[in-house]
Design a protein around this ligand. Structure first.
Ligand code: NAP
Length: 249
């Protein structure tokens, strides 16, 4: 296959969680632009992508029945299911002090347990279709200690480890499972630090490129991992952090 053709997603059917805004929305757009038939979900009634970019459905990843029904509907309609991107995520540092246990639990339930549930619901459809790529959106916090947010750091570390476990379990059946590891990207999640001049500059200077990332800069990584261009890549971290985690002095 021509190398450029190997990045094409024509005929593939994808589901992106957390597609109402931010990184998930940009990834859903990118997969669609690469040719996939993309469905995106979130709790919000709309996606910031607007209409016609991908098919958006209001759905909560904590509601396993809703996700299961949607996957069955996609397979019924398209006859296959190929790509799952677990991008839905939360961070709750403001609530750590008042209620650390609930904050820790809720963060793990969404960022880790729901990603596992979506993966397990998607895997049978991928196995019967003969193609499968699961992409988990982790964080530089999956491998590094960040302050004041142990639930987030633990959830992303767990998600990164879950990726390797599922890659091991399903590699023999042709299913690939990988992580996209973003650094600081301007979204609703990071808007407070992005808008604070001192915090903005500190995060930019910590990278090798000297700036924050944009959501569009995650799309290429997702297309690569979703497509046959990455056919020999599984259990891997694709780090998109402007050089944050590789930087020394
Ligand atoms: P964001 O703008 O806050 O978007 C979070 C997305 O998750 C939204 O679409 C939200 O949709 C969805 N979501 C939250 N709870 C959900 C639920 N119960 N069911 C379905 N969808 C749910 O944040 P983001 O920065 O784009 O983050 C996307 C992913 O990237 C997250 O996993 C985050 O941890 C990760 N990440 C972000 C950065 C960064 O710098 N921004 C860095 C590293 C990793 P609704 O509110 O509509 O449900």
């Amino acid at each position: 296959m021509n190398v450029l053709d190997s990045f094409k997603l024509d005929g593939r059917v994808a589901l992106v969680t957390g597609a109402s805004r931010g990184i998930g929305c940009a990834i859903a757009r990118g997969l669609s632009e690469a040719g996939a038939c993309v469905y995106g979900i979130g709790r919000s009634s709309d996606t910031e992508a607007g209409e016609g970019i991908f098919q958006y459905r209001q759905s909560d990843v904590l509601d396993k029945d809703s996700v299961s029904r949607l996957l069955a509907e996609l397979v019924e309609r398209h006859g296959r299911f190929d790509v799952l991107v677990n991008a839905a995520g939360i961070t709750m540092p403001d609530q750590m002090e008042a209620d650390p246990l609930t904050t820790f639990q809720r963060t793990l339930d969404l960022n880790l347990v729901a990603a596992f549930a979506c993966s397990y619901l998607a895997l049978p459809h991928m196995l019967s279709g003969g193609y499968g790529s699961i992409i988990n959106v982790t964080s530089i916090g999956s491998a590094l200690g960040f302050p004041g947010n142990p639930g987030y750091v633990a959830s992303k570390g767990g998600l990164a480890a879950m990726t390797r476990a599922l890659a091991r379990d399903y590699g023999g059946q042709g299913i690939r499972v990988n992580n996209i590891v973003p650094g600081y990207v301007h979204t609703a999640m990071t808007h407070t630090s992005y808008s604070d001049p001192a915090l903005h500059a500190a995060r930019a200077e910590r990278t090798m490129l000297g700036r924050w990332g944009s959501v569009a800069e995650l799309s290429g990584a997702a297309v690569f991992l979703a497509s046959p261009a990455s056919s020999y890549v599984t259990g891997a971290d694709l780090v998109v952090d402007g050089g944050w985690s590789a930087k020394g002095l």
